[in-house]
Design a protein around this ligand. Structure first.
Ligand SMILES: CSC[C@@H](O)[C@@H](O)C(=O)COP(=O)(O)O
Length: 354
């Protein structure tokens, strides 16, 4: 049975509380937009694609139980709530892209005189529900393109050793995962010798979540702490690094979990190919470079404590940016559901969205 971070059935939404993993697997109910905003902001659900899907589904649940007097009222309601959901976490672009698309749909439907109020509401909800299915299909395509790309760099039938960072699996998406999807696909093809996952300080998404998924799926894996990456590359003959993304700029600069940038620098030094795996919903063609990405800063508590246990000296100040930006020049390829692109080819192929 694959792990399910998001359960959505009969208009009821539940998410696996990722703050409690791996010690406890407990689902919590999301009854509407206010709950949606809170579970995203508190990181009970996290990972760029999962944030967007849970945010939008929380709106679908709320809409289902609401009555509207006019299409104009429905349109205003969804616009306000989507903008509120976008404010829950700033760096991942997926929620913003989903909100912009849904607001455009709401505008179109409210102007279309052939569409009745009830049909508008139903269409809106079914569009949101389709996101869940599409994300899994996209992740499987990412997995396949990524595995083929990595295997094209090795000779014969040899197996590969991959390093990944943070959590990009079933827990960060609707299922299967992005970078972890590539790793799952390599394992399915019996071409994965071993995967190394970083602990991913300060929030330990690697040690708590990726390690949990790898053990669950019986994928040969080893945990390292973040400061071991250079030694790992020197001693363990890593074939490639694959990480996810929270936002890819039009020039290919990529914001991802803090620590990604230093891994990319080390990969360059050691001649290891560094890949980003992300769906198109993580690509922000509206911004030219990573300089325009807002980096979320999280509370000191996440650094000074592990759970409720304080590990840092009392009185010390902290700097806790949750993400960093890896320059496009360090990225060998961006693995998407439409294929693998060199960062510099994104603009040429898809144009800047102004
Ligand atoms: C498929 S998820 C890709 C990224 O969102 C992931 O690596 C990451 O950085 C998640 O950060 P988080 O702060 O846990 O939401």
């Amino acid at each position: 049975m694959s792990l399910r971070a998001i359960k959505y059935e009969n208009n009821s939404l539940e998410i696996l509380d990722q703050l409690l993993l791996p010690a406890q697997s407990k689902y919590i109910q999301v009854k509407g937009v206010e709950d949606g905003w809170k579970v995203i902001n508190k990181m009970q659900v996290r990972g760029a694609p999962a944030i967007a899907i849970v945010g939008c589904l929380s709106l679908a649940v709320e809409l289902h139980n609401e009555n509207f007097e006019s299409k104009k009222q429905l349109r205003q309601d969804v616009e306000g709530k989507l903008n509120y959901l976008v404010s829950s976490r700033p760096t991942a672009v997926n929620m913003k892209i989903a909100a912009d698309e849904l607001i455009m749909l709401a505008n179109k439907l409210s102007e279309d005189e052939t569409v009745e109020l009830q049909d508008m509401k139903t269409l809106f909800i079914t569009t949101i529900e389709a996101m869940l299915v599409k994300d899994i299909a996209d992740n499987r395509a990412i997995g396949d393109f990524g595995a083929r790309e990595i295997l094209s760099q090795v000779t014969g039938d040899s197996q590969v050793r991959i390093l990944t960072h943070c959590n990009t699996g079933s827990l960060a998406t609707a299922g299967y995962g992005t970078a972890l999807g590539v790793i799952r696909r390599l394992h399915e093809l019996k071409r994965l010798e071993h995967v190394y996952c970083t602990e991913t300080r300060p929030y330990n998404q690697g040690a708590r979540l990726t390690a949990y998924e790898l053990v669950h799926d019986k994928i040969p894996a080893t945990l390292i702490v973040d400061s071991m990456v250079a030694a790992l590359m020197k001693h363990r003959n890593i074939s490639a690094v694959v990480v996810g993304a929270d936002r890819v700029a039009a020039n290919g600069d990529t914001a991802n979990k803090i620590g990604t940038y230093q891994i990319a620098v080390l990969a360059k030094y050691h001649g290891v190919s560094f890949y980003v795996a992300a769906p198109f919903t993580s690509i922000d063609m509206k911004i030219l470079s990573g300089d325009h990405i807002i980096i979320e800063e999280r509370p000191d508590h996440e650094m000074t404590h592990v759970g409720e246990h304080r590990i840092a000296a009392k009185g010390i100040t902290c700097w806790n940016p949750a993400f960093d930006v890896t320059p496009a020049s360090l990225i060998a390829g961006i693995i998407t559901e439409k294929g693998v692109f060199r960062p510099q080819d994104l603009i040429q192929q898809f144009g800047q969205d102004t």
